[in-house]
Design a protein. Structure first.
Length: 326
């Protein structure tokens, strides 16, 4: 009798455990919100559609090109939805064999351009659609003078074009140069350093190779603003600050209130390297990436936070921070 009772209780326990595991499995597999795994993200808006691009850090290798996601409301995202198997730019159609990082998309003369990093050099490709395919028939980089990454294209009110980018020389340093009108390269004689990582918040691990990167430049009330990230991207203290100048060429004065977006503000490690965009209502936002979790760096996740000007300062609304999902 005792043996029979024992096996009956054991059977019931096994059924309970199995049912519990089934419920847990269902709970995990029916979760509809999957994080979008993109680093160095940027958002381009055109005709009611938001296009999200970035460095691929998930299962899809970043040596294949750039994915693109779309949304009409910044909440529900579809993708990857690029013209070539989810890719807006595919390796082989333009410059680069590996390390496709930090794209920026803009429109000029009814054509779409993607400026990006590959092989630690900067290149540009064009397309008739934001979905691609973006191509560069010459398959050449824009210029050849060492290693440079993280390009950002800026047009001033006088029509002059500028290329902000990071040069890998005694650290990741942000530079600027005037850009040729046909986007064929920079005017080398105008090349000038903007900023490097010299402040305590920009180098919390006190490394010998300080990092400032991911520049975005905009103009407000006749003042130029450079939003940038500092620290190695693997550092939990990777964060966002800004600097101002009276000219697109500088000199740049760093804001004393930086960083304006950090893990202390949003509660997750490694927040940074993004881009400014404006929603349908003209509200200013910043798309950026975070670490996968507070215990792991990759694959990195894309997120959005509201930012705005208060006088001549940029403020971020930590309560508005949201991770993007598909």
């Amino acid at each position: 009798m005792e043996i029979k009772k024992y096996f009956t209780l054991l059977s019931l326990f096994c059924v309970f455990v199995c049912c519990s595991q089934d419920k847990e499995t269902v709970k995990k597999t029916t979760s509809k919100d999957q994080p979008i795994l993109l680093a160095d993200p940027t958002i381009f808006y055109e005709n009611g559609v938001y296009y999200l691009y970035g460095t691929t850090t998930g299962d899809f290798p970043n040596g294949e090109g750039f994915q693109v996601y779309t949304s009409s409301d910044l909440k529900k995202w579809k993708g990857p939805i690029g013209a070539q198997n989810g890719l807006a730019l595919k390796k082989g159609d333009a410059y680069g064999t590996k390390g496709f990082w930090a794209p920026q998309v803009f429109k000029s003369n009814n054509k779409f351009y993607m400026i990006y990093t590959a092989d630690e050099n900067i290149a540009i490709a064009s397309s008739d659609s934001p979905l691609g395919p973006f191509k560069n028939d010459s398959k050449a980089s824009m210029f050849n003078s060492g290693k440079q990454i993280d390009p950002f294209f800026f047009v001033d009110q006088d029509g002059k074009k500028y290329l902000y980018h990071v040069r890998l020389t005694n650290g990741n340093r942000i530079f600027v140069a005037e850009l040729n009108n046909d986007f064929s390269g920079i005017k080398e004689e105008t090349l000038k350093e903007c900023i490097s990582g010299v402040l305590p918040w920009e180098n919390t691990q006190n490394v010998s190779w300080p990092v400032t990167e991911g520049p975005t430049v905009l103009k407000h009330n006749n003042l130029y603003y450079m939003i940038y990230s500092a620290n190695d991207f693997r550092n939990p203290d990777y964060a966002v600050g800004y600097a101002t100048a009276s000219s697109p060429m500088g000199p740049w004065e760093k804001a004393t209130e930086s960083p304006i977006i950090s893990r202390k503000d949003v509660g997750i490690n490694g927040v940074g390297h993004g881009d400014v965009f404006y929603d349908k209502n003209g509200k200013m936002k910043y798309v950026l990436h975070t670490h996968f979790s507070n215990s792991g760096v990759s694959p990195r996740k894309a997120a959005i936070i509201d930012i705005d000007f208060e006088g001549n300062k940029i403020k971020a609304d930590a309560k508005s921070f949201v991770l993007l999902t598909e």
